[in-house]
Design a protein around this ligand. Structure first.
Ligand code: ADP
Ligand code: MG
Length: 354
């Protein structure tokens, strides 16, 4: 197994809650430029490049979904965006401030004022009851215990779980625990919530309630969201969905995307190094890898055509298609264009058609 070598940003013992700065809606709430992250490893399998030149900009109040197979770098990018981990290269701006440049108290304060996290599970401190879990970020920011508890109680009330205030996390249902986690995330009045598969561990009904809550928070309080998700419901409420593959964004989907017909509604992203990666189903439709010539090119427009006489396949004219069955669990994909096995979660590879 690759050795963990993340740079966890130190939190000072004490800190003071600053007044929430007025939202400057001209400045993106989160902007990442050319992020790279390499996990070092002692093993022979070498280093893992988890992010490869990733850039994104999220406006105040925007909801962005991130979709992609497991191992594509979703959790890594979320940690880098929220300052839980220093990326190997590149910059992250929170509310216009370059987070990768500042340290110590300034960094803590910027994060406190701007960003909160919700993970799939394990968001709560097991020894604190629901009320104290929600109050804790305020305590951490220097608010007195009584005041912190009062505000936490209001928060639990607004989330419809005031009756669970004295319960320990182990006695809460999955949906209740996730509501408490949302309370914890909201209590510092963040401008953006970064959520890593927040409904992944929940049953469909609890998941639906969490999504409704996110939507409400977005509409009523203008909180921006970046949500890593497999849920089509979340993707459909997002303003746009970014598709991550091998550490870079390869495509963007607009609102109301029909998941059954991704190929025709995609916008393909070309990054600032000039690299474009094609989603596997687009590559399959195109007829697989090969050599292409530029038939027409001008500003904002490129037209490619395959050089048919020179296929660069190794043996004969091998056509690549999306694997018809999952190599891990033998799930039959039938006619679907899923890129991740709905049964076991494995990434769907390309295979030769013969
Ligand atoms: N702590 C770590 N040390 C080494 N490699 C890691 C670590 N965390 C993640 N990786 C690797 O980085 C890549 C991206 O992982 P991750 O961001 O967790 O992807 P996702 O959340 O999309 O499943 C994977 O190849 C994974 O094995
Ligand atoms: Mg992950």
């Amino acid at each position: 197994m690759a050795k963990e070598r993340e740079h966890i940003v130190d939190e000072p013992e004490e800190s003071v809650l600053t007044e929430v700065e007025s939202v400057n809606s001209d400045v993106p709430v989160l902007e990442a430029r050319n992020l790279y992250h390499i996990y070092g490893s002692n093993q022979e399998d070498g280093n893992v490049v988890a992010l490869r030149g990733l850039s994104v900009s999220i406006d105040a109040g925007e909801v962005v979904a991130v979709v992609g197979p497991s191992g594509s770098g979703k959790s890594t990018l979320l940690k880098a965006f929220g300052g839980l981990m220093k990326p190997s290269a590149g910059s992250v701006f929170l509310n216009g401030q370059n987070m990768t440049r500042i340290t110590g108290q300034d960094l803590v304060r910027l994060r406190q004022d701007t960003v909160s996290f919700i993970f799939q599970e394990g968001n709560l401190l097991p020894d604190l009851n629901a009320l104290d879990n929600v109050a804790q970020p305020l305590r951490h920011a220097g608010v007195r215990a009584r005041e912190a508890r009062r505000r936490a109680m209001e928060m639990l009330d607004s989330l419809g779980i005031a009756d669970r205030a004295r319960s320990l996390p182990s006695t809460l249902s999955g949906g209740e625990a996730q509501r408490v986690a949302i309370g914890r995330a909201l209590i510092t009045d963040p401008k953006i919530i970064l959520a890593d598969e927040p409904t992944g561990a929940l049953d469909p009904i609890s998941g639906r309630r969490i999504i409704d809550l996110f939507r409400d928070l977005n509409e009523k309080r203008g909180v921006a969201f970046l949500i890593v998700t497999h849920s089509k419901e979340i993707s459909s409420f997002a303003n746009r969905a970014l598709e991550l593959r091998d550490g870079r964004f390869i495509a963007q989907h607009g609102n109301d995307v029909d998941d059954e017909d991704l190929a025709s509604t995609r916008e393909l992203l070309i990054d600032d190094t000039g690299t474009m990666s094609l989603p596997p189903d687009v590559l399959a439709t195109l007829g697989g890898p090969g050599r292409f010539e530029i038939n027409d090119l001008d500003r904002d427009n490129i037209y490619l055509e395959r050089v048919l006489s020179e296929r660069i396949t190794v043996e004969g004219n091998v056509q690549m298609i999306l694997a018809p069955v999952c190599p891990a669990c033998a799930f039959d994909y039938a006619d679907s264009s899923d890129e991740e096995c709905p049964s076991c979660g494995s990434s769907r590879p390309m295979v030769s058609s013969s």
